[in-house]
Design a protein around this ligand. Structure first.
Ligand code: GLU
Length: 449
């Protein structure tokens, strides 16, 4: 890991002590603090007014029991979480993740990242994150519904369109949001459409929300490539994952002339030198809720499936990690750089390890950190909130135009901030500083909160 400014070290030490064992949260805080040395040198009041310590401490952390019955009548107990990290800029906003790996440290890292990401969108949303260690894999429709209803039966009292607005993340898509919205509505007797985002189009969802994270990341990388006079045209692109983010990344990359040659899931990866057929991935993942191994069998010639291994062994010009945290290691980064990598766009949250980021930055690879590049999803959630508040529904074109403008502005803000702080082209520094300054300024104006 890169060392941090001496003045910031005591803050990090305290975060590590207070949040013992929460490795991912430590990693996320470390990465932001690494970038803040240059900020406090210019603006010492952030340090003097304890704004950095305050930003590292969530406003509220909620942990609760989620009991539910499976189809055979057995009772299961999961743990539910909501970390309401920061509401200086607006109601807490951020997704819910259902995955067996979820624990408070994971939710805290995600909430921390979300706070800066949301600030970068320029929209009035604070940061939060939640979820459960429930594993949706292999569960029936009814089991998923009962779990979502039980989860919301506890969570609803902490939510509200002006308080906290969850959405989806890994393991939570339109189906789960529907069940949770239905239960919220029953419990509160209010049709409060803006309390959840990522809703279906039939009941207050926004057009282009599903596509937004993937499209947004692709537009961000497009803008980054343009600074070097490059485009996606003819580029070999590897996209890890095969969920919502990955699918719409592949779709947009292909529309911009790039060739996506590989994608993955937790079981392995598939390579298709003819270009991944996004329609087929959608069918497998969204309709059948199946595994990516089925792709090679269904597609036939030109496609092959590799069990396990690393998708980053596939030579490419652009890497778009869109699966989960720490999926791209230092070893992977070295392989990618050796194979002539030009750019990375992080579709997932914190997918590259600190070693990998170090290697990318040291090798001059264009690197778009998740908190900037994947902000299109939450930005479109904020547009969904706008539509709900005005009881309106925008066309897909109108929504995508707004989203494209937001991604362009995030790109330009990160680039301009990196220039201002003497590190041209360093999007990590630019994103961390621009996000931090926005939140810290608002907090400072609101008193000692
Ligand atoms: N889970 C997404 C993220 O990591 C979206 C959050 C939202 O739409 O609130 O940004």
């Amino acid at each position: 890991m890169v060392s941090i400014d001496d003045k910031l070290q005591p803050i990090l030490t305290e975060v590590l002590r207070r949040n013992a064992g929460e490795a991912e949260f430590h990693q996320a805080v470390h990465e932001v603090l690494e970038s803040l040395g240059r900020v406090i040198a210019k603006h010492p009041h952030y340090l003097e007014r304890s704004l950095i310590e305050r930003i590292c401490e969530p406003e509220r952390q909620i942990i609760f029991r989620v009991p539910w019955h499976d189809d055979a009548g057995h009772i299961h107990i999961n743990r539910g979480f909501r970390v309401q990290f920061n509401s200086a800029l607006g109601p807490y906003k951020g997704g819910l993740r259902f995955h067996p790996s979820v624990n408070v440290g994971i939710i805290k890292f995600l909430g921390f990242e979300q706070t800066f990401k949301n600030a970068l969108t320029g929209l009035p949303i604070g940061g939060g994150k939640g979820g459960s260690d429930f594993d949706p894999k292999g569960k029936s429709e009814n089991e998923v519904m009962r779990f979502c209803q039980s989860f919301m039966t506890e969570l609803f009292r902490h939510l509200g369109e002006y308080t906290d607005v969850p959405a989806g993340d890994i393991g939570v898509g339109g189906r789960e949001i529907g069940y949770m919205f239905g239960q919220y509505k029953r419990l509160t007797n209010r049709y409060e459409a803006g309390v959840l985002t990522g809703k279906g189009l039939a009941y207050g969802g926004s057009r282009a929300r599903k596509e937004a994270t993937g499209y947004g990341n692709t537009w961000f990388v497009e803008a980054m490539l343009a600074t070097k006079g490059e485009t996606f045209e003819g580029k070999r692109v590897v996209v890890s994952g095969s969920g919502n983010v990955a699918i719409y990344t592949m779709e947009k990359v292909a529309a911009l002339g790039g060739k996506v040659i590989a994608c993955s899931d937790s079981g392995g990866y598939v390579v298709d030198e003819n270009g991944i057929d996004t329609g087929l991935v959608k069918e497998i993942k969204e309709v059948r809720r199946g595994r990516i191994s089925e792709y090679a069998r269904l597609k036939g010639e030109g496609a092959h499936y590799i069990t396990g291994g690393s998708i980053w062994d596939v030579p490419c010009d652009v890497a778009m990690p869109s699966a989960t945290q720490n999926e791209l290691t230092g070893k992977d980064a070295r392989t990618l750089v050796k194979n002539g990598l030009l750019a990375v766009g992080e579709g997932a949250n914190m997918p590259s390890t600190p070693d990998a980021i170090h290697i990318f930055r040291a090798s001059g690879v264009l690197f778009a950190p998740g908190k900037a590049a994947n902000a299109g999803g939450v930005a479109t959630s904020a547009l969904e909130m706008q539509q709900n508040a005005s009881r309106d529904s925008w066309s897909s074109e109108q929504t995508q135009t707004r989203l494209a403008g937001i991604m362009r502005s995030i790109h330009d803000t990160c680039a301009a901030t990196a220039d201002e702080y003497g590190a041209p082209g360093d999007y990590v520094l630019g994103a961390n500083i621009a996000g931090f300054v926005k939140v810290a300024e608002a907090m400072d104006a609101l008193g000692v909160i």
